[in-house]
Design a binder for this molecule. Structure first.
Ligand code: TYD
Ligand code: MG
Length: 457
């Protein structure tokens, strides 16, 4: 006997309710509650055999841990974002806008793994086997250990995994997969949740690393990736601007490594290529000697990168000045402008300000404050800083420059790329060695920093 049940579920956080609501009580988003009709068949779920062995609680001192074995691909950047390689039995979600290159990346990773003699099963619910083959040909993938399968029924996926016995499985995408016992449409919240739970079980019990592709859409029709984020071990985001060639793979959550690691790739004719020195890429198109441009050495995970910050500060023609920030937090910019007004007496109230991190990177650490602030002053005063200067430091509300983490690595990266002066917090001096060929300017306040970097303020 089948029973029909209707319920409403938030496409963003998975909150369930018996009636429709305009705003989700779970996450506060509007218009995300969608109706889901489920047919519930009586009796236990029969399609898959669930493990029913009960386990016992163990005293922690008796738990034996083995060193995690990780499988490294030849793509070092990819390994690093995962925390040093792929962990067998892990479930990894790769999210990103359609067309950004998720399938391309995973097909390349699959090729590298199968070249090592490890069997990979690439399941595509979006493209036919032929289409995937054509893409593989374009990427020059030619290996016997790579299996391609075009299917969306989870039960068949499970059977095929048992037949093929792969070490790695790619599911492209999770939104196309459907669980035969859940009757709501593929891509709906219940489908995505059930399918992910089942794939998690497959990954853990069979010790297979599974990569899920998840499309990110704002409309809420397709289940947002947030529900998935809670369930999987690792969440990676593949980002980038479509009209730019470079793509950033970012780790958002990682049960097996640190987050905030990024890897940078270039999308070329023959697929994605790792960018081994991102600072060079980000400084390539830099407008040397232009007012409003400064360079910061920012940490992305464990790696320093040098990035250009650009500001445009112009008198406003409205009553209310416009403030726009891309790649940095807008509130942070407001705060820095308020500090400049109060501590340096700069009249910024009637100025529009546009701040941008060049190259489409997002910086979210306080150590970029000094560079953002100097860039604002540079545009406002129409004076340039030296093109070989770089700025590192957090700015406090009283105009003090506060110490930051990993100063040595940042300064080393700047020196490596030929910068001649590094403005750093005075409190960061001591306990480490200055690299040769770079002058270190320790500053206590923003006033110190601005006096040193501009000829006449
Ligand atoms: P794709 O991997 O299909 O994106 P997603 O799976 O995230 O939707 O990438 C699609 C884009 O990448 C497409 O616009 C073409 C481009 N591309 C290249 O520039 N070079 C290549 O070698 C490949 C395979 C794709
Ligand atoms: Mg795709």
């Amino acid at each position: 006997m089948a029973k029909k049940k209707s319920k409403f579920m938030c496409s963003s956080c998975g909150y369930e309710a018996a009636k429709w609501m305009g705003r989700c009580p779970g996450c506060g988003e509007w218009n995300t509650m969608n109706e889901e009709v489920e047919v519930i068949t009586k009796g236990p779920r029969g399609a898959f055999q669930h493990s029913t062995t009960a386990t016992k609680a163990t005293p922690i001192i008796q738990v034996e841990v083995q060193e995690e074995t990780r499988i490294a691909t030849e793509m070092n950047e990819f390994n690093r974002v995962l925390g040093g390689g792929i962990v067998p039995g892990s479930l990894v979600l790769i999210g990103g806008d359609p067309g950004i290159g998720k399938s391309t990346l995973l097909l390349q990773v699959s090729a590298l793994l199968s070249n090592q003699g490890k069997r990979v099963l690439y399941i595509s619910g979006e493209e036919s086997v032929r289409q995937t083959k054509l893409r593989a040909e374009r990427l020059g993938v030619h290996t016997p250990e790579l299996y391609i399968y075009s299917e969306t029924n989870l039960e068949f996926l499970n059977q095929t995994i048992d037949e093929v016995q792969p070490k790695f499985v790619i599911v492209d995408s999770i939104q196309t997969v459907h669980h035969p016992e859940v009757t709501s449409a593929p891509g709906s919240v219940s489908q995505v949740r059930e399918c992910t739970a089942e794939l998690m079980r497959i990954a853990k019990t069979k010790n297979i690393a599974i990569f899920l592709v998840g499309h990110v859409t704002k409309e809420g029709q397709i289940a947002g990736p947030r529900i998935l984020e809670h369930m999987v071990d690792t969440v990676l985001y593949f980002e980038g601007e479509r009209h730019h060639n470079h793509r950033i793979l970012r780790s958002q959550k990682n049960r097996f490594g640190s987050t905030n690691e990024i890897a940078i790739f270039e999308m070329l004719q023959g697929g994605l290529k790792e960018v081994l020195n991102p600072s060079e890429l980000f400084l390539q198109e830099r407008s040397q000697g232009a007012p409003g441009s400064t360079i910061v050495a920012s940490m992305e995970g464990t790696r320093p990168i040098l990035v250009e910050i650009q500001s445009l500060v112009t008198p406003t023609s409205f009553n209310y000045p416009k403030r726009m920030a891309t790649g940095v937090d807008q509130n942070r910019v407001q705060l820095l402008m308020a500090v400049l007004e109060k501590r340096m007496g700069m009249m910024l109230q009637a100025q529009d300000a546009y701040i941008k991190v060049a190259g489409g990177v997002k910086l979210d650490e306080p150590a970029i404050d000094l560079a953002v602030l100097t860039s604002i002053v540079s545009s406002f005063k129409d004076q340039t800083v030296r093109p070989t200067d770089c700025f590192i430091g957090e700015v406090g509300l009283t105009g003090e420059v506060r110490r930051v983490s990993r100063i040595e690595q940042r300064v080393q990266e700047a020196a490596k790329l030929g910068f001649k002066r590094a403005f750093i917090p005075a409190s960061n001096i001591g306990g480490w060695e200055f690299p040769p060929d770079i002058q270190i300017v320790g500053v206590e306040t923003i006033s110190d920093a601005l006096r040193e970097s501009f000829q006449n303020l």
